[in-house]
Design a protein around this ligand. Sequence first.
Ligand SMILES: Cc1cc2nc3c(=O)[nH]c(=O)nc-3n(C[C@H](O)[C@H](O)[C@H](O)COP(=O)(O)O)c2cc1C
Length: 353
Amino acid sequence: MPDEAVARETQDRKMQHINIIINEDTQYKEKTTMLELVDIKPKKGKIDPNSVDIEASLVGKKISSPIFISGMTGGHPVAMEINKNIAIAASKLKIPMGVGSQRAMLENEALAYTYDVKKFASPLILIGNMGANRLPKYDNKRIQKMLDSVKADLIAIHTNPGQESVQPEGDIDFRGVYERIVDLAKSIKQPVIVKEVGNGISKEIAKMFNKKVFAIDVQGAGGTTWIGVETFRSKGSYGNAFWDWGIPTALSVLEAKSEFKGQVWSSGGIRNPIDIVKSIAIGADMCGIAKPVIVAERKGGSEGVYNFMNDMINGVKNEMAALGFSSIKELKNAKISFKEPLKSILKDRKIRL
Ligand SMILES: Cc1cc2nc3c(=O)[nH]c(=O)nc-3n(C[C@H](O)[C@H](O)[C@H](O)COP(=O)(O)O)c2cc1C
């Protein structure tokens, strides 16, 4: 296919994804994040929510809370508007945001402006994004240029074999991808995050990346299923059989934590402040949200995103106060118990908190 046609196809696909996410039910059916199976033992004593401190830092910069907006879009004028609105809200709230796959701008440099949101919203911690299976096609210099042109502070590399296997034009050739991620992390200025898109990351995979990349962003099962999204786009019904495939977010965080000594981020199906509090209590350094943010943006623009995420941040403080924790450090030391079947799965997988 000529380059222009490839670029057009990527652009069209990105718009279809947004329309499907907004109009169809693309959430897991039976499977949950398993965060509901995590119990936190409250601490004694009352805390004023206003005195709860959830400030954190990322790449040496202060953030208001360990919460970020997961990478979603780019490569299209509508995507540009969405990224801009998210960026304005994220900057006001002092939280990081990701852009969606920058593939479109690699295929057509004229589309770089759709990711270049720091000119509207500063300061802002921006996370670039690229598919792992694209890496063998571009050298490190090219990727460095792609990140620098939008002033990205970090890059998330998404590994999404489940999605690619159902996507009509999917590419399931992941050969050489691990070596390319490790090589990229050594070579570029920005810290590298390895992320999924809603199917989770196992401890075996997390172990391979230990000391090789900055963070594992689990993007586990229980929220949006990209196998589901692609099932809507594909003609066959084969994606239905895999709809619920993946490692639940809570389990994936615990799996990754057991083998990966860098940052572990909890994401995939994070829908309320309690999900965030529980994620941090089991060891997550950051918590990411995708689908509800784009829904809020499409309904209410930048203000919609601001209100949604602000409620989430305040909700975390209230929930922590109710449980008796005044800081992230205290919450990370909370006594945790697990309900079945998570308890038995952790035992079988030889994972201890
Ligand atoms: C509209 C939309 C587009 C997305 N595009 C990307 C993408 O380009 N790159 C990526 O790594 N993840 C992408 N994702 C996946 C999210 O980052 C996240 O992993 C997934 O949706 C699970 O989170 P959720 O349950 O909070 O939606 C996208 C998600 C949405 C909702």
